[in-house]
Design a protein around this ligand. Structure first.
Ligand code: ADP
Length: 497
């Protein structure tokens, strides 16, 4: 009898592998950071070889820790940073360029041009997305246009495109399977999420040859077997983009269920059921994962810089050595008049301004590192609150609480301020690793490791709840100051204010 399900969680900051046992608890885990490459202003890349090697390394390490052999693993599930685009040679498996990461803004001008050409309504109606550099399509186009000979090789069927899930499955199966799941496909801006297929018109508009594309599979179901030495023979039975995986991992499987993940970015997703609907409040509509091969949609608000602001203070400002140190540095430093808008890669939902710049305003001679650290933590909560309010206006339904998970959700100060700002309870998941858990559930359900959703729901314990403590008028005054600072950050690098 297999004892575990293996989840491969290829995130923006790190690759992680987690073994879950039958009770849904973490039996072993390993993690390795992925190097961030910033070749130019607004550019963010990863080395695809690093993504693969780190992911294989941590998987082997997790098995080793648990004393497990591949035969002890019922199935593996993959969850991944979404939109990040990789193009590789079908024969050699070698990438033609680095992975262009979701945060990368190099195609902002190309997106402006496409929007002005009147493509927006068509793109939005088919994909549920807004035309933004965030999604894969213009990143693929950039590679085809800037890597010598790439377009011609693509047109001759020599190249393959994939998001990180495709890249991993390709290599895990020794190049046998070139697939992606629906949740990842729905982030490329090339997939018609209503008709549930790649779309010729979108391919034409973005100039992408169809031969590049992977086959699209359901998120839960066996799609192949790993052949790499340490994992040989393990069925690959789950794939989902990280945010959809977290939504599933939080058991948000009914319409109205919502969660926010505080990772590198912050992502609020709300399940809206089987019917496709466009947002009126600049949210995007995306495919959510299901265990039963049915289409399900979610509304999503994406904040580009969430926990990444903490990384920036750590790595670029060198204010502290490790992310959790921020809690101590910021404690006792109220930054009511200091506002930090971390628009390092423009602003995502609900603003969608690729030309916005980061700013810190309200600096005084008395300002200390602690104040800036506190303002950075607050900025995460302010951005999430903006998205919560926008989503409420969209669905005409007020949130009664917010489910939280992700690396930065371990920060109590952030959770408390989020509750204060929203005037709502915030429940932090008992298992921090909901993203990895979602992929494990998908794979475990497909392989019969778990019998069904009811069994899984019975395994879950309650999370920690943070209740609002701040005076409402104080919260509203802070929100107003935040809005003012956001206005000042807009259109700094161009575009129309
Ligand atoms: P991802 O899956 O996007 O790689 P994670 O969910 O692992 O992200 O979260 C990592 C992010 O959380 C990093 O950006 C890190 O700076 C941030 N982070 C980790 N611990 C804390 C903390 N105690 N307070 C605030 N941010 C934190």
């Amino acid at each position: 009898m297999a004892r575990f399900v293996l989840s491969l969680d290829q995130g923006t900051t790190s690759s992680r592998a987690i073994l879950f046992d039958h009770d849904g608890t973490v039996a072993a885990q390993a993690q390795q950071e992925v190097a961030q490459i910033y070749p130019d202003s607004g550019w963010v890349e990863h080395d695809p070889a690093d993504i693969l090697a780190s992911q294989l390394h941590v998987a082997a390490h997790a098995l080793q820790q648990a004393g497990a052999a591949p035969s002890d693993i019922a199935a593996l599930g993959i969850t991944n940073q979404r939109e990040t685009a990789i193009v590789w040679d079908r024969e050699t498996g070698e990438p033609i360029y680095n992975a262009i990461v979701w945060q990368d803004r190099r195609t902002a001008a190309a997106c402006d041009t496409l929007r002005q050409s009147g493509a927006l309504d068509m793109v939005r109606g088919k994909t549920g997305l807004l035309i933004d550099p965030y999604f894969s399509a213009t990143k693929i186009g950039w590679m085809l246009d800037h890597v010598q000979g790439a377009r011609s090789r693509a047109e001759h069927g020599k190249l393959a495109f994939g998001t990180v899930d495709s890249w991993l499955v390709w290599h895990l199966t020794g190049g046998r399977r070139h697939v992606t799941d629906r949740t990842n496909a729905s982030r490329t801006m090339l997939y018609d999420v209503v008709r549930d297929q790649w779309d010729d018109e979108l391919l034409r508009v973005f100039g992408i040859p169809e031969s590049l594309l992977p086959e699209v599979v359901w998120s839960s179901g066996e799609i192949g077997e790993a052949t790499t030495p340490d994992l040989a023979g393990i069925p690959i039975a789950g794939i989902a983009g990280d945010q959809q995986s977290a939504l599933f991992g939080q058991l948000c499987t009914n319409p109205g269920d919502a969660k926010n993940t505080y990772g590198t970015g912050c992502f609020l997703l709300q399940n809206i059921g089987a019917e496709f609907r466009l947002s009126q409040a600049r949210m995007i509509t995306t495919i959510a994962c299901t265990a039963d091969r049915t289409l399900c949609y979610a509304l999503e608000g994406s904040v580009f810089v969430g926990g990444a602001v903490v990384q920036w203070l750590r790595d670029k400002m060198q204010f502290f050595a490790s992310a959790p140190d921020i809690e101590q540095i910021a404690s006792g430093a109220d930054s009511a008049h200091l506002v930090f808008v971390p628009a390092f890669t423009g602003l995502g939902a609900p603003y969608w301004d690729p030309h916005a710049a980061g700013l810190i305003i309200g600096l005084q001679r008395s300002t200390e590192i602690g104040h800036i650290a506190r303002a950075a933590i607050d900025s995460i909560a302010f951005q999430v609150a903006d998205v919560v309010r926008a989503m409420e206006s969209d669905t005409h339904q007020a949130f009664t609480m917010l489910k939280a998970d992700g690396g930065a959700a371990s920060n109590d100060m952030l959770m408390q301020f989020q509750a204060d700002l929203l005037g709502l309870p915030v429940e932090r998941s008992a298992i921090a690793e909901t993203t990895a858990l979602g992929a494990a559930y998908l794979a475990g359900l497909a392989s019969g490791f778990w019998a069904g959703m009811d069994e899984i729901a019975g395994l879950r314990g309650p999370g920690q709840v943070f209740v609002p403590r701040m005076d409402r008028s104080d919260a509203l005054a802070r929100s107003a100051r935040w809005q003012d600072a956001v206005r000042r950050s807009r259109s700094w690098f161009g575009g129309n204010p």
